[in-house]
Design a protein around this ligand. Structure first.
Ligand code: ADQ
Length: 745
């Protein structure tokens, strides 16, 4: 409406002004036409009556001449008529002949522009026509026409002209408004799509940017990308990412924003221990990374309340303030029934999606009952997000494969939310993913996200290929943006990492002390060579392959028998799942067989494999890292693998060798490790030997490069980059909304 008035009002004013300017002109023209008309008419009358008038004048009958004049002036326009025989004579005239026209002043009316006279009865046209008789001049005939009709005609013409222009103004205004509305809407849509970077370089979908925007779009997109890259590299170059700098940046960029984290596991678990309640912090990089964000924004962390005393400490709305000693944010606990936990967590997430996304040759199991629970629990979390949101546009950080459906469900409840989903495990190729009976729903669910993060570019590529294969979505491979149902998702790589520098309690104990203590604790000689492996007891971690490689080392290099032991710390995990039970049994049996084989080999001494199936505190794990000659990560497939980075972080002495599977995300970032194929036992055995004999200088060189990388690409950068990208996206969204509001206004 406002847009219409903005166009119509000035137009009406201009057209009205135009009409008023043109009316006097029209008057002038019509008058000129009528005067010419009167002249012609007068000549005609003079020619017609001239002869008979002269005859009557010659006959000398004034009465007859008067009667003749009366007859002629019956013509409604002929006002009066007169005849002057000579300039000095009195005119013979009809009754209304004006007194101020005399025979001696007729010359004032001869001439095209002198023939108008204003009288009491209105404007008059005076025509003086000379008469001739037999070739000689015989006086002048004066014909006076009433011109008042001209005024009436002019009045009418003026009215018509005014109505004509008014009508024209309305028609032109309407056309202008329609054209303006259409092109403004197109422009706004174009700009919005452009700001979102959608569909501009490819065939635009219905409702996306119009083709005429494509050249501008391309330039603008390039410019935005350049600026972003510049800003990115500038702040990445200048920022040393720490918990503090992350907090400071977020306070600047996301001041007052409503931030919600959703994960399956909670950052603080309350456990009943006898008559008192103990608070546990799961050793997880995720908590380390996300806690500074929650502190900076006083956000809410929604998670499954799994601790035995979790219900005892929450308020009426299932909230508990954390950290317990210095509350800075709150956890909202959701309660799941045993059936829900079995179906959603153990069933669909860990027997279905986990093996589906990892190439570890374990078949996924899909049950429709598990799927129903997965869907229901995701919906439960979505409702909790809507309940916890303080605004209609919160920033929601969704963690992992337990919540593939949640992003879309959140978007349905809170269309303006910025949903950042991070998928902590690999994404398989489209063929592998197609095994899942609910593949389309999962992918569509994830595409409710504003940003979807993976550890590596190849996981991003696989995801985008999968979308391309399964859904009718617009996939832009240049910007890695997927648009489904008008909503765009940026698919990006955010390699996760660990806290840097490591906490003092992790690396406080000197390396020599760690070496001595660990050897003593495991009954190993002081100069015994030690390797370390730290994992959840999961079949994707390649523990079986790792043990086979150790066996192969001892076969190929028997000099290590009795001089080298490998300590495997394995945290029990998902033990209620059959596959995990049989995997644990296989690992235990293999360790026993190898130990038996090399104990019987004739040389007495410690066993080659020390298997510790138990949870360890992070401090104990770091002590093991610092005590070892090498750390062996042999995952068959791993999103990132934080153990590799933790080992590097723990070695502030510059010593130690990392052997790393090529199938981990970490292998892309740590090429200075000894990169191996865990399925190739000979190659792994060679790497073990190389690590055990690597000169100290080479160890230091490799370690220095890896430590620099982990220091720079730490977990605060991981979280910070995602949130800064979300902040940019929100600014762009507001810009586009502003343009749209202006367009609709
Ligand atoms: P995980 O599969 O759990 O994580 P990982 O990245 O190695 O694998 O992290 C394991 C963490 O648990 C490490 O911090 C480690 O110290 C700790 N841990 C291992 N064994 C332990 C034990 N016995 N006792 C105590 N702590 C133990 C998933 C993906 C990974 C991805 C992470 C983060 O599978 O690929 O790197 O998420 O995104």
């Amino acid at each position: 409406m406002r847009l219409s008035l903005r166009f119509v009002l000035p137009l009406l004013i201009v057209l009205a002004g135009f009409a008023y300017a043109i009316v006097p002109l029209v008057d002038q023209f019509t008058q000129r036409w009528f005067v010419r008309d009167m002249d012609i008419r007068s000549s005609l009358i003079a020619n017609t009556i001239g002869e008979s008038l002269l005859e009557q004048v010659a006959a000398g009958s004034k009465a007859k001449t008067a009667a003749f004049f009366v007859r002629i002036t019956q013509d409604e326009r002929l006002y009066a008529i007169g005849y002057c025989a000579a300039p000095q004579s009195a005119p013979l005239a009809s009754k209304l002949f004006p007194g101020d026209i005399r025979c001696d002043n007729l010359t004032r009316f001869e001439g095209a522009d002198k023939n108008l006279l204003t009288s009491a009865s209105g404007p008059l046209h005076v025509a003086v026509k000379p008469l001739e008789s037999g070739g000689t001049a015989a006086g002048k005939l004066v014909l006076i026409h009433d011109m008042s009709f001209v005024e009436r005609r002019s009045e009418e013409t003026r009215r018509y002209v005014f109505f004509f222009f008014a009508g024209l103004a309305i028609v032109v205004s309407l056309i202008t408004v329609i054209v303006a509305q259409l092109s403004w809407r197109g422009w706004v849509q174009g700009m919005r799509a452009l700001l979102r970077g959608e569909g501009l370089l490819r065939q635009p979908p219905v409702g996306a940017a119009q083709p005429e925007f494509q050249p501008i779009a391309r330039d603008l997109q390039r410019l935005i990308r350049d600026l972003e890259n510049e800003a990115r590299s500038r702040d990445e170059g200048q920022t040393t990412w720490t918990a503090e700098s992350l907090r400071a940046i977020l306070q600047g960029e996301l001041r007052g924003e409503d931030v919600i984290v959703v994960s399956n596991r909670e950052p603080y678990i309350h456990q009943q221990r006898g008559d008192h309640i103990e608070v546990q912090r799961p050793a997880s990089g995720l908590v380390t990374a996300l806690e500074p964000i929650m502190r900076a924004c006083s956000g809410t962390w929604i998670a499954h309340g799994s601790g035995s005393a979790d219900r005892a400490v929450v308020d009426a709305r299932d909230h508990v303030q954390v950290p317990p000693d210095k509350p800075a944010y709150q956890i909202r606990r959701l309660w799941l029934t045993a059936a829900e936990e079995a179906g959603y967590y153990f069933g669909f997430a860990n027997e279905g999606l986990w093996p589906l996304c990892h190439i570890a040759h374990v078949r996924p199991t899909f049950r429709s009952g598990d799927w129903a629970h997965y869907e229901a629990v995701n919906r439960k979390f979505a409702r909790a997000v809507a309940e916890e949101a303080k605004t209609d546009a919160p920033i929601v950080l969704v963690q992992d494969y337990h919540f593939a459906l949640l992003p879309r469900m959140i978007r349905e409840l809170l269309p303006n939310a910025t949903v950042i989903t991070f998928w902590h495990i690999p994404w398989p190729n489209p063929e592998s993913f197609s095994i899942c009976p609910w593949r389309e729903q999962i992918v569509a669910g994830m595409l409710g996200s504003s940003i979807l993060g993976f550890h590596t570019q190849s996981h991003c590529n696989n995801f985008v290929d999968t979308v391309d294969r399964l859904l009718e979505a617009n996939v832009d491979r240049e910007s890695f943006r997927v648009t489904l149902g008008g909503h765009a998702t940026a698919v990006r790589r955010y390699p996760i990492s660990i806290d840097w520098p490591p906490a003092e309690e992790m690396v406080g104990k000197p390396v020599d002390e760690c070496r001595a203590e660990i050897r003593r604790a495991h009954d190993l000689p002081a100069d015994h060579a030690v390797g370390i492996g730290v994992d959840r007891l999961d079949y994707t971690k390649g523990i079986v392959e790792r043990f086979r490689a150790i066996e192969r080392l001892l076969e190929l290099r028997p000099e290590w028998i009795g001089r080298f032991s490998f300590i495997q710390i394995a945290a029990p995990t998902r033990s209620s799942i059959e596959e995990y039970q049989s995997h644990e049994a296989q690992v235990r049996a293999l360790a026993t067989r190898i130990n038996d084989r090399f104990s019987r080999a004739g040389r007495a001494g410690p066993p080659p494999i020390l298997l510790k199936v138990e949870h360890h505190e992070p401090r104990q794990i770091y002590e093991h890292y610092r005590a070892a000659e090498l750390c062996f990560v042999s995952s068959l497939h791993d999103g990132m693998n934080l153990v590799a980075k933790e080992f590097v972080a723990s070695r502030d002495d510059g010593r130690g060798v990392l052997i790393l599977s090529q199938f981990t995300g970490a292998a892309r970032e740590l090429p200075e490790a000894l990169i191996v194929n865990p399925y190739d036992a000979d190659q792994c055995a060679a790497a073990l030997h190389l690590a055990l004999t690597m000169p100290e200088a080479e160890q230091r060189d490799r370690m220095r490069l890896m430590r620099n990388l982990v220091a720079e690409f730490n977990v605060y950068r991981w979280a910070g980059r995602m949130l800064l990208d979300a902040a940019i996206m929100r600014r762009r969204g507001r810009l586009a909304d502003g343009a749209a509001t202006a367009g609709n206004g």
